[in-house]
Design a protein around this ligand. Structure first.
Ligand SMILES: [Fe+2]
Length: 341
C-alpha cells in the first residue's frame, strides 16, 4: 500500500532529484533518473528495467525437484507419535516442504490408536492417500470412512472433518492440499467444531463420491494394455474431483521408461509399489515404495521402472486450476509446445 498523493500532477512540487538538487514548483524533469525518483515518491515504479523479472522467457518455479524417502522420514513421524501428545497437535503432520511445489502442499500425517484429530473445516481442499495402518478413519461431513492402504479420500472445501483410529499401530497417510495458493489469495481460514467429533455414520465406501478404493483403481490400470498407463480420479460425471487438485495413478511395467515431457503444471508423486528412478531436469532421483517426490512446473521429467516389479505411482497435480486460469501449456517429447484450451 503506497502513500496517497496530496497534490495533483499538474500542481505537484517535483521535489529533490537524485543528484540532490531541489526543484521549484515549476521544476522540469530532465533525466530518466528524475522520472524514476519522482515517480517513486508516488509509489509508481518503472517496469522497463525489470522487464525480464516480470515477463520471464521460461516459467520460473521457486520450488526444486526433491524427494522424501519414507525410510528416512517415517521414524521421525512415528517418534512424534510418542513425544507430541494429542492435545498438543491439532494435526500431527510432517510437512514436505512446507510447500512441496509452488502451488501444492504435501504432508505426512500420523494418528495413533484411540486418538482423535478434532473436527474442523476450512477453505482449503484436501486429498488423502492412505499409506499404512489399519483401523483408521476419517469422518467427512457426517460420513465416517474407513482408511485402507492405497485409498484416496477427498475432503472438500468447508466440510467438517476429524480423524481417528482404533486398534494398534500407527495410521499414516499423505495429505495433499492447495495451501500455497493462500499466499496470493488470503482467504483461507479454519473453523473449529464445538465437539471433538462431528456427528457421523459409517459410509459405504463402495458408493461414496469422495472415496476411491485402491483395488478399483488398480483394476482399471491393469485392464488397459500398455507398458505405461495413467488414470485420473474423476467424479462420476467425468469432471475433476476438485477445482484445484487433480489426483491420478500410473502403472509402469518393469524396465519401461515413460515419455519425457514438461508442463506448466507441478505435481507430487508417491510410490505405491515397485522401485525405479525419475530424471527431473538434471537431477536423477531413485525411489521405492513409500517415497514421495515433487516435480516443479516446466521441469522436463521421465520415469524409469526398475527391473524387478511393476511400478504403481500415485500422483496429484494442480491441473484443474492451471487449466481454469488458461495457463496450461506442455512440451511433448519432440520439443513442440502445445496449449490446451
Ligand atoms: Fe483439515
Amino acid at each position: 500500500m503506497g502513500p496517497f498523493p496530496t497534490m495533483s500532477a499538474s500542481t505537484m512540487n517535483i521535489g529533490t532529484t537524485a543528484n540532490g538538487s531541489t526543484k521549484g514548483s515549476n521544476g522540469s524533469v530532465e533525466t530518466v533518473r528524475d522520472v524514476i525518483c519522482g515517480a517513486s515518491k508516488y509509489n509508481a515504479i518503472p517496469l522497463w528495467p525489470q522487464m525480464v523479472k516480470y515477463n520471464p522467457p521460461q516459467p520460473n518455479p521457486k520450488c526444486v525437484p526433491d524427494i522424501w524417502r519414507y525410510d528416512e522420514v517415517r521414524p521421525y513421524l512415528v517418534r512424534a507419535g510418542d513425544l507430541v501428545k494429542e492435545k498438543d497437535a491439532e494435526r500431527r503432520v510432517l510437512m514436505l516442504g512446507p510447500y512441496t511445489t509452488d502451488t501444492l502442499y504435501a504432508g505426512l500425517q500420523l494418528v495413533m490408536p484411540n486418538e482423535i484429530a478434532p473436527a474442523h473445516r476450512h477453505t482449503a481442499f484436501a486429498v488423502r492417500f492412505v499409506i499404512e495402518g489399519r483401523g483408521g478413519f476419517t469422518a467427512v461431513h457426517g460420513q465416517r470412512i474407513q482408511m485402507n492402504a492405497g485409498d484416496v479420500i477427498l475432503t472438500p472445501t468447508w466440510n467438517w472433518h476429524d480423524h481417528g483410529k482404533d486398534g494398534s499401530g500407527p495410521m499414516i497417510w499423505l495429505d495433499a492440499l492447495d495451501l500455497p495458493l493462500f499466499q496470493f489469495f488470503p482467504v483461507h481460514f479454519v473453523e473449529h467444531f464445538k465437539e471433538k467429533r462431528y456427528p457421523a455414520v459409517d459410509a459405504d465406501t463402495s458408493q461414496s463420491p469422495i472415496v476411491f478404493p485402491w483395488a478399483k483403481m488398480r483394476r482399471e490400470l491393469d485392464n488397459v494394455n500398455g507398458d505405461w498407463v495413467t488414470r485420473e480420479y474423476r467424479k462420476a460425471d467425468g469432471s475433476y474431483v476438485s477445482k484445484t487438485i487433480n489426483p491420478s495413478a500410473e502403472r509402469i511395467a518393469p524396465q519401461t521408461f515413460t515419455a519425457s515431457r514438461r508442463e506448466t503444471t507441478s505435481c507430487v508423486y508417491h510410490v505405491i509399489a515397485g522401485a525405479g528412478e525419475s530424471k527431473i531436469g538434471e537431477r536423477v532421483l531413485n525411489w521405492k515404495k513409500g517415497d514421495t517426490f515433487c516435480i516443479p512446473s516446466w521441469y522436463k521429467y521421465q520415469h524409469t521402472a526398475g527391473h524387478q516389479e511393476t511400478v504403481y505411482l500415485y500422483r496429484f497435480d494442480d491441473k484443474p486450476m492451471i487449466e481454469a486460469l488458461g495457463f496450461y501449456v506442455y512440451e511433448d517429447s519432440d520439443g513442440i509446445i502445445h496449449r490446451e484450451a
